[in-house]
Design a protein. Structure first.
Length: 185
């Protein structure tokens, strides 16, 4: 039996030419055919306000529906001021509310990111892992992927470049095994 796995991809950047969006797109090309990656939109979410829990915006309901329909999660995020971007935290807050109705819980996840800095997105990833642990999201621990953006990271077609392909293919293979081990299909 060939199961299909739909992965909700949350990119923690709003920038149109985001390195992390490029990474998310290129990574999906390394996955096997039974995996589909859908980038969920987070740029139109209102700022989280508990007063709105009883009448959530259409954009919030869309996010929650897309995450609920997935068998796994992939977070690809930059690092802002040694933490996660506010837009990512806002999406996590919306998806976890009202209390007791989180769409994130028990969805296996992978976390990685790319930055021009030499430590990649190491601190943001650690902060994100802490948040995901509270939200009951089993998260792939190894291999970690703190990627520094270099000219050779992507090729001319937007694929992972030759210098990084083996490392990121290994990451994807481990991620796929993690999802298959933990997903409810």
């Amino acid at each position: 039996m060939n199961n299909q796995y739909q992965i909700a991809v949350v990119v923690g950047s709003l920038r149109q030419d985001s390195l992390n969006r490029k990474l998310a797109t290129a990574l999906a090309r390394l996955a096997p055919a039974d995996f589909t990656f859908v980038q969920v939109r987070i740029d139109d979410l209102p700022l989280y306000n508990q007063d709105d829990d009883s009448h959530q915006a259409a954009s919030v309901m869309r996010l929650k529906s897309e995450v609920s329909a997935s068998q796994g999660l992939l977070f690809v995020t930059p690092e802002y001021n040694r933490s996660v971007p506010g837009v990512l935290k806002n999406a996590l807050d919306h998806g976890s509310r009202p209390y007791g109705q989180s769409v994130w819980g028990n969805k296996p996840a992978g976390v990685l990111g790319v930055s021009i800095g030499t430590i990649g997105t190491a601190v943001a990833q650690q902060h994100l892992r802490t948040i995901l642990a509270y939200l009951d999201v089993p998260t792939l621990g190894q291999p970690e992927a703190f990627i520094q953006a270099k000219d050779s990271l992507f090729d001319d077609q937007g694929n992972i470049g030759e210098a990084s392909r083996q490392f990121l293919q290994t990451w994807m293979d481990k991620y796929v095994a993690w999802i298959k081990q933990h997903a409810k299909v």
